[in-house]
Every structure is written in C-alpha cells, then in structure tokens.
Write a protein that binds this ligand. Structure first.
Ligand code: DGY
Length: 351
C-alpha cells in the first residue's frame, strides 16, 4: 500500500519532489496557493498519513496526532518557528519534526533592518504627506520630521543596539549593522531557555567583527533602558509571552525604536500602543503582532493616528523573498520525504 503524505500548504515547484514519487499518495489542500488550510480538511485528510506538511498557521496538537493514527512518522513545517507543534507529544510517538532554519536567516535579517529604518523615519507619517496630496503645503524646515538615525557617524552620540533573543537571525542583523551601519555597541538578552551555544556564538562574533567594540549579555532591565534600537527576535510560547510589557516599555528611551520579527506574542500590543501614543518610545516596526492575522484598521496599533503614524506593520513577511521561500519549500519537501522513508531529516529538530 502507498504511504500517504498530506500537504496543507503551498510548496510551489518543490511539490513535485513528492508527487513524482509513484510509491506515495500525496494529498494536497486543493486551494493551497490562495488560502490557508481549514482545520476540518486537515483533520479529515490526515487520517492514515505517514507524513504531514504544514506551515506555522496549522496547529499540530493531540487532536491532529489522534486523527492521523499510529502510522504518522514525519511532520515537516515550512518555518523556522515551531511553537505551533506539540513537540513533547511528537517525541513520545517517535515522530520526526522538520523545520527550515538557516535558509531564511538572511531574508528575515534584511526585513528587520528595513523595519528599523522605516520605523525610525516614521514612514507611515512621511509617506502620507505625499499620498494625501499635502506635499505642496508641507513646510520643509531643517528639523521638520527629522528622526533617530540607525547608522553611527563620527558626529553621532553613542548608540546601543539591543537584541531580545540572540540566535541566528539576531546575529545576522548584527553583522549587517556592524559592517553596513557602523554600529559598535550592542547588548543582548538571550531568550528564556536559550542554549548555552548563544554565549559561545556571541564571543565568536566579537572576534570576527573588528568594529564591534562591545557585545554584552544584559538583564531585561538594562536591555530596556540602554537600547536605542531594540530587535525582538525571540520565539513564541509561554516562556516569552509579553516579555515586552508596559513596565519594560516605560523603561525605554523616548527616542528608541522597537522592531519585532520574532513572534507577536512576545510584545503586549496594548502596552505598545500606549507607549507610542504617550511617547515613551519613538516608533515600532512589526512583522508580527500577537492578534495576527486579525489585525485591521480597528486594531489598537492602527486605530488612532498618533499611534499609527509611529508604527509600521507588515503581515508576517520576514522570509518572503522568491529565493528564500523556494529553498524553504525544497527543504520542507525533503524533510518529509526523509522522515517517511525512515531516514534522518535534512533539517530536523532534536527532540
Ligand atoms: C517562521 O519561519 O517561523 C516565520 O515566522 C514564517 O516564515
């Protein structure tokens, strides 16, 4: 009997890695290109599957594992994040879990730098001067709409860049900022439960970057108080929920900029809206929001102009480049195939 692989998400051309195998029965959510897979479709079709392909939107929990039955050998997600997967449960069933680290690091790091620049320059406000036809009335005076600067210049005051979470993506952001923006003073707070590896990587990085004067691990209090630009690059889950809350934001500087490319749940949206409105911080660039995808014009970060003007929001697109998504899809397909074939995944989690 053919082994079944259920694919809930769009793999682009990499889907053919699965469908060309005539020993497999590949069942694909038929509208995967345009819409997210409904839970009911997943629960119905996963029955009897050996392999399951998901994205971070599909929760892989007890209900899915029960519906799949005992033959499930591999779950492969097209994401670096895996807080949507019940890892202890899958480990207890000897089900391999594949994910896509590394290949998206550069795309997400690019996006984080982009959001830092957009938020510091308040692009929502400044582009609206043009799109609302108000440029001709705008008084160009030397300090009008001037903003905090990310790059360090000979005449800049000392500037500190902070990271909450210091994994691969944070380190790739740091490389960009050190080489491209002259940033020399950095601090970080490892995410709760971070492996000791993080500390070793930090030491290595310091050795590799001649213009990096200081790279220090600090507590959350110092991270808030000292960061001029703060990059949140921590995963989701209970351990990191609302680490950026009202008391953290109140400690930040009125000129500091917050960027979140990690998970929305790390930042309390209501507290952030208050911080922007009342000027505790300068601006925010968000690729992720805790309420996503239910984020419309009525959302607390978008409803009021005093908040919206200081906040740039994009709909979770950090890794969305042609090259990166194609490679993520290839890796996701190879992972599920390896798992179903009983081989070690190309990129599997150590459960
Ligand atoms: C991830 O990979 O976890 C992103 O959040 C989605 O690409």
């Amino acid at each position: 009997m053919k082994k079944k692989i259920v694919v809930c998400t769009d793999l682009g051309p990499a889907l053919s890695l699965l469908t060309l195998r005539d020993d497999l029965d590949v069942v694909v959510w038929p509208d995967a290109v345009d819409t997210e897979c409904p839970r009911a479709w997943l629960l119905k079709n996963v029955q009897g599957a050996s392999g399951l392909v998901v994205c971070f939107k599909e929760r892989v929990d007890g209900e899915v594992i029960k519906a799949a039955g005992p033959g499930l050998r591999a779950v492969s997600t097209i994401s670096v994040g895996y807080d949507h997967i019940d890892l202890p449960l899958l480990a207890s069933r000897n089900i391999q879990v594949g994910y896509t680290p590394d290949v998206l690091t550069d795309a997400v790091a690019d996006s984080a730098v982009m959001l830092a620049l957009m938020a510091s320059r308040r692009t929502n406000l400044t582009t609206s001067v043009v799109t609302s036809n108000a440029w001709s009335a705008f008084q160009w005076t030397p300090f009008a709409l001037s903003a905090p600067q990310l790059s360090t210049t000979p005449f800049s005051a000392k500037r500190t860049v902070g990271f909450l979470g210091f994994g691969r993506i944070a380190q790739a952001v740091l490389r960009r900022l050190t080489f491209g923006f002259g940033v020399s003073d950095t601090i970080y707070t490892p995410r709760p439960e971070a492996p000791p590896q993080v500390m070793r990587d930090a030491e290595l990085l310091r050795g590799l970057m001649p213009n990096l004067h200081s790279l220090r691990a600090v507590d959350m209090h110092t991270l808030a108080a000292d960061s001029d630009f703060l990059f949140v690059l921590a995963p989701g889950g209970e351990a990191t929920r609302h680490l950026i809350d009202e008391s953290f934001l109140r400690r930040m500087k009125p000129t500091s900029v917050l960027v979140n490319n990690g998970r929305g749940s790390v930042v309390d949206s209501t507290a952030l809206a208050k911080a922007l409105k009342e000027g505790w911080i300068w601006g925010a660039g968000l690729d992720v929001i805790e309420e996503e995808p239910h984020v419309g014009v009525g959302h607390v970060l978008l409803a009021e102009p005093e908040v919206r003007e200081k906040c740039v929001v994009v709909p979770h697109l950090g890794s969305a480049t042609h090259d990166t998504r194609a490679e993520m899809a290839r890796l996701t397909a190879v992972n599920v195939l390896r798992g179903v074939d009983g081989e070690q995944m190309e990129s599997g989690l150590d459960l």
